[in-house]
Design a binder for this molecule. Structure first.
Ligand code: MG
Ligand code: MG
Length: 255
């Protein structure tokens, strides 16, 4: 069931989303060659703590997961697509990093992700990240009253495919509210004009995931969480929480 949020609830979600944006900004600032993924998780924890927010990631255990998630960020490096568990791994020159973070404030959730490089970037990674950001922007632009979920999916997918990139099958965005994952699913590829009609008060997490090699396949690492590209190519993942309103799409996790 899709829950429509009141304008007051959307304002409350904006406050939660602001904390997520702050956490991602702090993590990105701290990320550098030699910095560990655990240290980045600690940076995000401190931002959440200072804001009085809790983490919807910490202890999260969906049906596929063998263990509760142990951190407040997902840190997915190079050929890891999403759901990377922060480890003592220290970032190396040229790494491509995707950080996903959530926060719950006053009972409302925010969810957002960024991809960036550390040290000297590879041109191919910059193009991949740029395409992911353009796909996200296209998805947000399609998140307007009267459109359908398929219009968002089609907008995201078209930008990804035009770049020659793969789209991991079966993962995508979602409704969000008091819970991080609500209805409806928001796929990263689909047919325009199909699916649920968008209404004022729907809040959606839109999150393109792209593989540089063009393959759509992935597998979990032995930790049961981290998803890695089957073709071994690098991946990018960006995300915003967006409210559909009569005044147009409202990004609640802007940085
Ligand atoms: Mg996320
Ligand atoms: Mg999400």
């Amino acid at each position: 069931m899709v829950e429509l949020k009141t304008d007051a609830s959307i304002d409350a979600m904006h406050a939660a989303g602001h904390v997520v944006g702050q956490a991602l900004t702090a993590v990105r600032k701290a990320a550098d060659v030699g910095v560990s993924l655990l240290e980045l998780d600690e940076v995000a924890r401190e931002v959440l703590r200072a804001a009085g927010a809790s983490s919807p990631f910490l202890g999260y255990r969906p049906s596929f997961a063998p263990t509760p998630f142990p951190a407040v960020i997902c840190a997915s490096v190079n050929e890891a697509i999403v759901h990377g568990i922060p480890t003592p791994y220290r970032l190396r020159d040229g790494d491509l990093v995707s950080i996903d973070c959530g926060a719950v404030l006053d009972g409302w959730a925010g969810d957002s992700a960024i991809s960036f490089t550390v040290g000297r970037p590879r041109a191919a990674d910059l193009r991949l990240i740029d395409t992911a950001e353009r796909a996200l922007a296209a998805g947000i632009e399609a998140a307007v009253v009267g459109n359908r979920v398929g219009d968002i999916a089609s907008a995201v997918g078209s930008v990804c495919r035009a770049g020659g990139y793969g789209i991991p099958d079966g993962f995508g965005g979602h409704g969000i509210g008091r819970h991080m994952h609500e209805d409806p699913p928001v796929p990263n590829e689909g047919r325009a004009g199909r699916g649920l009609r968008l209404r004022h008060g729907m809040v959606l997490a839109i999150e393109p995931m792209l593989t540089a090699g063009g393959g759509d396949g992935y597998h979990a690492l032995p930790d049961g969480w981290t998803l890695r590209t089957d073709d071994g190519s690098r991946a990018a993942h960006v995300e915003h929480t967006v409210a559909v309103t009569e005044g147009g799409p409202r990004v609640l996790t802007a940085r």
